[in-house]
Design a protein around this ligand. Structure first.
Ligand SMILES: [Zn+2]
Length: 347
């Protein structure tokens, strides 16, 4: 996404951005006015107030006022605050009046943040709201309209499945190829070194993190997923050691962790993983981790304890003992959860 830069002058660094910063996430705000992104940044860099932020985003543009390696004063959590010292401040414009311009600005912000998360290798948990740092009701209109809804907009840009171009054929530009025996049936992919590959064992488990090299040996009874160019980047970002890899009938490829489901509804016994999709809440005692998953398949709540409310059209994933530990380790708020038969898949 194109970024228009109107960076604050170094003479104002002592006011606007005095500290070096290694960012660890995005902090989302609403401007609470009706200025355009250009005007918002032009005003911020010209005045002598301490308030500062990195980007303003409206329905048409992303405008940057501070480099990402310098801090901004936007999170209200003080000189040493995590928000002010570690987070990239994003102002979404036109929140005072709202309407179409604001909706379009939010959409652009979601896309911009998603691109940033991908580029930096960050997860959705790196997106915070101003409210998380000092309790202020900001981003006000985004919160009014639903914070989870905004996170879902970001996620929609993050989780694209891979698209398989073929099996056991030679790999073309930007192609994702699955190798079962190899084009020469010699148990190797026969690819050149310009792509990412991962070996997957006979149970569908990824044996290693993606490596940038070719001609990988295909595991006995397993397979190798190989990508060139954009498909290689997809492997690098979406597949990790220990993941399962799924292939659907539309040649979509996705990866993630999984767990078998013991049953739906009913009583949760020791070490069981149970899905509750009937009634108002899970029918459980307090001894286990549970997550509430909305109708879109995104985790909206994670808690230790029983009787978690079931979101409308969604379900609660509930674990006891070993299954509880698995939920705690692998499932986070905003993760994507899918049920395939009696398998639950995260990622
Ligand atoms: Zn704010």
């Amino acid at each position: 996404m194109e970024i228009i830069k109107n960076l604050v002058s170094p003479e104002k660094y002592h006011i606007k951005c005095p500290y070096n910063m290694t960012p660890e996430g995005y902090c989302v705000h609403n401007t609470a006015n009706d200025a355009s992104a250009r005007n918002e940044i032009a005003y911020m860099i010209s005045n002598d107030l301490y308030t500062s932020y990195h980007y303003a985003i409206d329905d048409k543009e992303v405008v940057q006022g501070i480099a990402e390696n310098r801090n901004g004063w936007h999170a209200g959590d003080g000189v040493g605050g995590r928000g002010n010292r570690r987070y990239i401040g994003i102002e979404i414009c036109y929140s005072l009046s709202g309407g179409e311009r604001f909706t379009a600005a939010e959409k652009r912000a979601a896309q911009f943040i998603a691109e940033g998360l991908r580029a930096k290798g960050w997860g959705i948990e790196c997106v915070k709201k101003h409210q998380d740092f000092d309790g202020k009701y900001c981003p006000h209109r985004t919160l009014d309209m639903g914070w989870q809804r905004f996170l879902d907009m970001i996620r929609a840009h993050l989780y694209e499945p891979g698209r398989l171009s073929g099996t056991d054929k030679s790999r073309g530009a930007d192609e994702l190829i699955l190798y079962l025996r190899g084009p020469k049936k010699n148990g190797r992919t026969g690819t050149n070194m310009w792509g990412y590959e991962v070996a997957i064992d006979k149970n569908g488990v990824v044996l290693e993190n993606p490596h940038y090299s070719g001609n990988t040996k295909i595991p006995e009874g397993g397979k190798v997923l190989s990508g060139h160019g954009k498909a290689g980047e997809w492997i690098y970002k979406n597949i990790k050691k220990g993941y399962h890899v799924w292939f659907d009938t539309h040649a979509h490829v996705s990866g993630g962790v999984h767990h078998s489901v013991d049953h739906f509804n009913g009583i949760r016994e020791a070490d069981e993983l149970v899905i509750y999709d009937k009634g108002a809440a899970s029918n459980t005692n307090m001894w286990g981790w549970e997550v509430a998953v909305n109708a879109k398949g995104h985790v909206v709540k994670k808690r230790y304890g029983g009787k978690t409310d079931i979101p409308e059209g969604g379900f609660v994933l509930s674990g006891h003992g070993k299954a509880s530990s698995w939920i705690n380790k692998h499932v986070r708020v905003s993760d994507c959860v899918k049920i395939l038969g009696n398998i639950v898949k995260i990622g």
